[in-house]
Design a protein around this ligand. Sequence first.
Ligand SMILES: Cc1cc2nc3c(=O)[nH]c(=O)nc-3n(C[C@H](O)[C@H](O)[C@H](O)COP(=O)(O)OP(=O)(O)OC[C@H]3O[C@@H](n4cnc5c(N)ncnc54)[C@H](O)[C@@H]3O)c2cc1C
Length: 451
Amino acid sequence: MLKLDLETDVLIVGAGPSGISVAINLGKRNIPCILVDQKSKKDIGYKPCGDALSPNSTRKLFELCGIPQPKGEEIAENLESAHFRPVLDFELNIPFISQTIDRLKYGQRLLNSLVDFPWIKVKTKHKVVDTIIKNNEIVGCKVRKEDGKIINIFAKIVVDCSGVTGIVRRNILPNVCNKLLTKIPNTEIIVSYREIIETPAPHKYQKQMRIEYHKEMPPPGYFWIFSKGEKLLNIGVGWLLNETNKKHNTRKILEELRDKFFPDAKVIDAAGDTLTGRLPLYSMVANGFITCGDAAALVNPISGEGHGPALLSGYYAAEIVELAIRNQQTDENALWDYNVKIWNNYGYDGGLGIAVHKLLNAVPFSDFSYLFEKEIISQEDVDSIMDSTAVKLPIFQKVVKGRRKPGLLIKVAKGILFAERIKKLSQKYPKHPKDFDKWVKKIKRIERKKL
Ligand SMILES: Cc1cc2nc3c(=O)[nH]c(=O)nc-3n(C[C@H](O)[C@H](O)[C@H](O)COP(=O)(O)OP(=O)(O)OC[C@H]3O[C@@H](n4cnc5c(N)ncnc54)[C@H](O)[C@@H]3O)c2cc1C
């Protein structure tokens, strides 16, 4: 170790929701950690985002570990209804309640709560630039400090919570761990841009969250409008970065949509970022390594909801990391149960999301109104599909109603079957790394299927 180098039990990279959740939960377990983030302290929590955070996630977090739910000024609006409009003349209600929150205020509160745990050291303006690996084990990171000096921070376990880039993960080569996906391909990345706008008079979307499709966007992109107050809205666009979509500029298209629907609005904040649009990483652990939140691809590919999964995955990671540190067993085997937990919890959401992406790519938007007009899919069906405990196959009972478009019906049925298969495989995530390859083969075979 050099003079400036540091050593700790757990190095947490990134102080977004997942990293802070890991830090708080390891703090409660008396495990010494260093939490680093490239941002300055006052900016921790800020992130270009739709700002929707489901109270179901934060309630679960509270029940698991006592982190209080967003409160007071941290909540912008309690949203009362959610609407999906795939075509102009049709709208679907989605059984989903949420809140829009002030991410900076909520993030700062979580960060400040770390003062209760003096054994958690927070180092802001510290940027991780590389991963240190020794004998196939991740043993720390190279970190650039504000003055430009590079130091090593060594740890028994490194937790990658650095968001989509996965700065620690991406430097772990396949010869160290071939179960980790080092770089997420562009075709599984969603590019996105959002603005917070103020309307001169109360807007017409009070307490609503809406996801709409408009012809200005490449299909199957989406335009969201989330209420943040009587005259405040969070609006944004996003789409998968595939070959056809990559020429479209998210900022330009959002500005066009804003000029069209909110011509008099004042822009208060505008920024873009990326999120993942895929299933969770097949494995999220290696020797001395674990990853959470966006770095583990835990964003719901339909709703873009990743804040709740980030907070909760941080809790699940801390549970396993504590055991590993106490048992002095920090290899892949010791951390494996985290994979099981995450896939059991989030595999279905990912599968359903990918099914919807496939369907939107395979079916013209105009066919959606047909599906609902003919009641091939009813509101009740949507409710049951969204409820991960009850995937039904309503399509097969509705063949007569949909007989004019049998091809469409087959695609929808295949989409639902796809989600159902992923769900089953998620529940059968291998209990031991030796069975991993067989399981991945099965899941990839399903993923490759076209609708
Ligand atoms: C435009 C947009 C809209 C979204 N809308 C919603 C929404 O409405 N609802 C929802 O639930 N989710 C939404 N999401 C997703 C949500 O923002 C993320 O899922 C969530 O922030 C993930 O938390 P995280 O802690 O994993 O990563 P992040 O929040 O990305 O935090 C990562 C942290 O790591 C730090 N970091 C990165 N690299 C380094 C490095 N090299 N060294 C040190 N520190 C580093 C960053 O500074 C950051 O603080 C949206 C995302 C985008 C981009």
